[in-house]
Design a protein. Structure first.
Ligand SMILES: Cc1ncc(C[n+]2csc(CCOP(=O)(O)OP(=O)(O)O)c2C)c(N)n1
Length: 326
């Protein structure tokens, strides 16, 4: 049974977004390994339900700040996949004119502030936006994704503390894949459930199965409602599994096989698919159709992007520094 009463169309849309994100990651990995994408590419394969569950609880005018593993987060917020593909390839038609690339792209049209190469750094950005919402009196919220490794940085704790004192409308969503680079969670902290830390700041904290898209949705929805009512921030920990190494092509030989076996068992798309089929919301044919349709969308976006030109050199000096005042 679902605890949620979401309409069927919304559930199908969430299922489609999971596949869009998964197919993006599979193709991005292939293109990276074939040398068609430059730079490192941090994949969210297996972690898609955190992004989709969270963004499904937000409105378009709410803001998200992502991590360095942000493709699924940005797709879930609704970025244009063609402009995203072009950005990933550094092309002039990319959403940031090819200047941001994989780790930093952003899309203002859907309030996706982008990824963040500084682990933990996004938390302060999200708090800044939440501060603006409170000052302006809008009912918008901001949500920041950050990893379990990032949750051991001072920047994240300072951001949570400040936001809790000022009751800013911000959701701190820890995407806990149990890895910080090559170090597992238990080697970085003795805390089992990272949401317990919320108590130190006097705000709600909850841990959910991050591979259960509806569990993530419900936890985020509660936090969003609370934030919109002026009751301040919340911490959510979504425990998940990354199906790949730190980034595409990275060795995984030090990663315990039990971790990856469990991750495969908990594949978020299969878990959701089983529930939808059991409730007659989805058939196996529909599921296959959505898987194939989203794969085509991603392939076409990347093929089109590969034909696009690179930006002119002059573009690199635009939007880099603010114009001097006076
Ligand atoms: C401030 C800072 N320190 C170190 C790094 C190098 N670095 C890149 S990814 C990473 C691991 C981050 O782990 P976590 O926050 O758990 O995210 P995950 O990679 O597991 O998604 C580190 C330490 C960085 N980018 N920024």
């Amino acid at each position: 049974m679902f605890a949620t009463s979401l309409p069927e169309e919304k559930l199908i849309e969430m299922y489609r977004k999971l596949w869009l994100a998964r197919n993006h990651e599979l193709l991005a990995e292939e293109w990276k390994l074939n040398g068609r994408i430059q730079g490192s590419v941090h994949l969210a394969t297996g972690q898609e339900a955190v992004a989709v569950g969270a963004c499904s609880a937000l409105e378009v005018d709410d803001y998200i700040m992502g991590t360095h593993r942000e493709h699924a987060q940005m797709i879930a917020k609704g970025v244009n996949i063609r402009r995203m593909a072009a950005e990933m390839l550094g092309k002039a038609t990319g959403m940031n004119q090819g200047k941001a690339g994989h780790m930093l792209f952003s899309d203002k049209s859907v309030n996706a502030l982008g990824g963040c190469g500084i682990v933990g750094g996004g938390a302060a950005v999200a708090v800044g936006y939440a501060m603006a919402f409170k000052v302006l009196g809008t009912r918008q919220v901001s949500l920041v994704f950050f990893g379990d490794g990032a949750f051991n940085t001072g920047a994240v704790h300072e951001a949570i503390n400040f936001a809790s004192v000022r009751k800013y409308p911000v959701i701190f969503l820890c995407e806990n894949n149990r890895w910080g680079l090559t170090v597992m969670q238990h080697e970085q902290t003795v805390v089992e459930d990272l949401s317990d830390r919320a108590r130190c700041y006097g705000i709600p904290g909850v841990t959910v199965n991050g591979n259960d898209v509806l569990a993530v949705y419900e936890a985020v929805k509660l936090a969003v409602d609370r934030a919109r009512e002026g009751d301040g921030p919340s911490v959510i920990e979504a425990k998940t599994w990354r199906m790949r190494g730190l980034a595409a092509g990275y060795p995984m030989d030090w990663e315990p096989s039990e971790y990856h076996e469990e991750g495969r068992k908990q594949d978020p798309i299969r878990l959701f698919e089983e529930k939808l089929i059991a409730r007659n919301i989805l058939s196996e044919e529909m599921a296959k159709g959505i898987e194939e349709e989203t794969r085509r969308v991603v392939e076409e976006a990347y093929e089109e992007a590969s034909q696009a030109p690179y930006p002119d050199e002059a573009v690199f000096w635009e939007n880099v520094f603010a114009a001097p005042i006076g």
